[in-house]
Ligand binder design. Structure first.
Ligand code: ZN
Length: 217
């Protein structure tokens, strides 16, 4: 398992991940949304220098299985093996905490980590995409009412429980909120909280475009 914070300070991670969402993922998601797909995007970066290996977005208009993460993985594995980095050398970035399908796909692909911007609760309550939490709650054997996850810096204050092990020998899952929380200097932290808020606000506007396209108020 890899906690990517052992390789880079949280500020360097946030710089690279925010830039990847804004520069690499957002334009692809904007196009996909205008074609009727959803706004979930993903990218694969090198752990070593945080350069972007591959970024892509949801293609659900083509198949309900092509979530941002599964489509990105499929495309990544189409890179010839001789030119493709080992997954163990890669960091997996996803705009939204991965659903049960994508979480499994990330692990089955050999990744030992992922980092996400929006939590399940934001996907559910803010983006009003209910599949992730509904499937976990309706299908998986998760005990009701077991409060474990701290309300994050993201501002969605709901009573939540973990749907999966956030830390294990297989996987380290990290949120942007946790990266922000691990910045020790208060002034720098405030600066990065504002930066992440800016990325969220900008990316979140795709939700409005998606609803408009779908004819949802
Ligand atoms: Zn998914």
């Amino acid at each position: 398992m890899t906690d990517v914070r052992t390789f880079h300070p949280p500020t360097a991670l946030l710089d690279a991940l925010c830039s990847c969402i804004e520069t690499d993922i957002h334009p692809l998601s904007a196009t996909a949304v205008s074609n009727g797909s959803k706004l979930f995007g993903a990218a694969i970066l090198l752990k070593s220098d945080l350069s972007v290996v591959y970024a892509d977005t949801n293609q659900e208009r083509g198949s309900p299985l092509w979530h941002g993460e599964t489509w990105t993985l499929k495309q990544f594995f189409e890179i010839p093996a001789s030119q493709r980095p080992d997954v163990k050398e890669c960091l997996f970035l996803t705009t939204h905490e991965p659903c049960s399908l994508c979480l499994s796909a990330i692990l089955w692909s050999g990744f030992d980590n992922f980092v996400y911007l929006y939590t399940y609760e934001e996907t559910h309550f803010v983006f009003e995409c209910h599949g992730d939490l509904d499937i976990f709650n309706d299908v998986f054997n998760i005990r009701e009412g077991e409060v474990a996850r701290q309300a994050s810096l993201d501002g969605v204050q709901s009573q939540v429980r973990p749907q999966y092990k956030l830390r294990s020998d297989r996987l380290v899952a990290l949120s942007f909120a946790e990266l922000l929380a691990s910045i020790s200097d208060g002034t720098v932290q405030a600066e990065y909280v504002a930066k992440v808020e800016g990325v969220k606000k900008s990316y979140g506007r795709l939700s409005e475009a998606y609803r408009r396209n779908m004819g949802v108020e």
